[in-house]
Write a protein that binds this ligand. Structure first.
Ligand SMILES: NC(=O)c1ccc[n+]([C@@H]2O[C@H](COP(=O)([O-])OP(=O)(O)OC[C@H]3O[C@@H](n4cnc5c(N)ncnc54)[C@H](OP(=O)(O)O)[C@@H]3O)[C@@H](O)[C@H]2O)c1
Length: 296
């Protein structure tokens, strides 16, 4: 068995797309999660991105981590689940035992600074040698200063604080900033389209990228040497938020008026000016239209 790569957020959108790449490379993988997953574990075959349905839970390991897998016959790799919470720090040191690389994909709308601090503290104690962190395009360009900024765009401030925490940890690191994933874009417009009028922040644009492409890049970085802050990855085209909402409504066969809502604050002004975009890093290949056609 190889030294495990620990993936935080391995049950989330990006993490689930990442795991097959690690498994296909023959690495053993440990996922830090707040709760034992009920469904099947991911197997290899990163190219398809499909989840296996042929593996089952195999009971609890002594550390309190439950092993899952091996995912398919003859495959040396396996996924292990370690229960821990990055918001409180509970179980995190144990989850990192014997790992030299951690890919930190856990995240939520709020509190990614706190999660990173707990991860970094535990990683120092566990002797981790490489932290790979996924951040967001514009983390350093969106100023989050006022209460208005924090309420609407506090996510960017927390991602920036998390980046700094990782960079100042003393542990060699790699940080990749990505633009919004197609998956999140679709979930957002789908949710908004449940309303009789679809509200979008006026003048806000996105450059959505396929989560699978980000996962592929993250896997390359996890296998490589620590590289510090690496060039951003962003989708092939920039769209107005209203354009994204309209294309979803069209694809879903829904008719709704779109309401462009002006907002206040410095973070909104920065985003209106394109701080969340990376047009010079439009390296994504799969377009929003292609993703939407396959997933509506
Ligand atoms: N989505 C985007 O468009 C986008 C763009 C750029 C960067 N990113 C970054 O990419 C990362 C992954 O995003 P995603 O869209 O894949 O997220 P997601 O689907 O919402 O998944 C979130 C993951 O974080 C884990 N998590 C949340 N709180 C946790 C806690 N307190 N302790 C331990 N684990 C916790 C969850 O694990 P359990 O529920 O199993 O505990 C889950 O696996 C995030 O850091 C996000 O900021 C996302």
């Amino acid at each position: 068995m190889t030294t495990p790569i620990v993936v935080t957020g391995g049950t989330g959108t990006l993490g689930r797309l990442l795991l097959p790449h690690l498994l296909d490379a023959g690495r053993s993988v440990r996922v830090l999660t707040r709760r034992q997953p009920a469904g099947p574990a991911p197997s290899g075959s990163a190219s398809s991105g499909l989840m296996s349905s042929n593996s089952g839970l195999s009971g609890s390991a002594p550390s309190g981590a439950a092993s899952v897998g091996p995912a398919s016959a003859g495959r040396p790799a396996e996924v292990e689940y370690a229960i821990g919470d990055l918001e409180t720090g509970t179980g995190v040191v144990e989850a990192l035992a014997e790992a030299d690389t951690v890919v930190h994909c856990a995240g939520s709308a709020k509190g990614d600074d706190v999660k990173a601090a707990h991860l970094v503290g535990a990683a120092v104690r566990a002797g981790v040698k490489h932290i790979v962190y996924i951040s967001v395009v514009g983390a350093e360009r969106v100023p989050v200063r006022s209460a208005v900024d924090r309420a609407a765009f506090g996510y960017f401030g927390a991602k920036r604080a998390a980046e700094v925490c990782v960079a100042e940890s003393g542990i060699p690191f790699t940080t990749l900033r990505a633009s919004q994933f197609h998956e999140l874009t679709l979930a957002t417009v789908r949710q908004l389209a449940k309303l009789p009028v679809v509200p979008v922040p006026a003048g806000v644009r996105f450059q959505p990228i396929d989560g699978a492409e980000v996962a592929r890049r993250l896997a390359e970085l996890a296998f490589g040497d620590p590289a510090g802050l690496v060039p951003d990855v962003a989708g092939p085209r920039v769209y107005g938020f209203d354009e994204l909402a309209r294309s979803y409504l069209h694809a879903a066969g829904k008719r709704r008026p779109i309401l462009r809502v002006p907002m206040g604050g410095g973070a909104y002004r920065a985003i209106r000016a394109g701080a969340n975009l990376a047009p010079d890093r439009a390296v994504g290949v799969r377009t929003w239209e292609q993703y939407l056609a396959a997933n509506r």
